[in-house]
Design a protein around this ligand. Sequence first.
Ligand code: HEC
Length: 154
Amino acid sequence: MANKTFALISFLFVFIACNQNNKTTTELTEQNKKDSLASCSINPNGQSELAILMREMQGHINSIRDIAIAGKMSGEMPEFLNTIHTAKPTDSSMVDSEFDARADEYLAAVKDLYHRYPESQKIAFNAVVAKCQSCHEHYCPGPLVVIKKMYIPL
Ligand code: HEC
């Protein structure tokens, strides 16, 4: 009986110790994640090609917001947006195997906005912002505060 109790206690001890170990690993991963998120917040010193492109994408979407509200979008999507596939990120671990597919969804939404009838351009504009938002929820929530303010109230 004493032996069994001892075995049980040892088992519990090992079990708890392992669990605590797991927790430490999770905490470490969380910390790494936070560090990498911090580097994706709006950072004037961020000089990676992707960070610079993101600021240009932000400038682009801001510059067409009033045009979409007025329903006066014309022409084609600017070519430079396509470089989202080749621009180098600050940290290559930021970009995973889903990045290209997500980038394509964003590009498709922008192209769609350029080809919409005037009355549906606000909705198409918000669909682009939703792509910024979903990508940032996945990779780095830093710019979400700014992104959420871009939606056109309907
Ligand atoms: C395909 C995914 C994806 C999409 C779509 C996307 N972003 Fe980003 N964004 C990123 C990643 C990854 C970074 C980090 C880039 C780096 O630091 O190299 C970033 C960085 C940024 C930054 C910080 C740039 C800096 O100064 O460091 C801003 C601001 C930003 N994005 C805004 C936007 C806006 C606005 C849109 C929509 C027009 C958008 N993003 C669409 C993935 C995306």
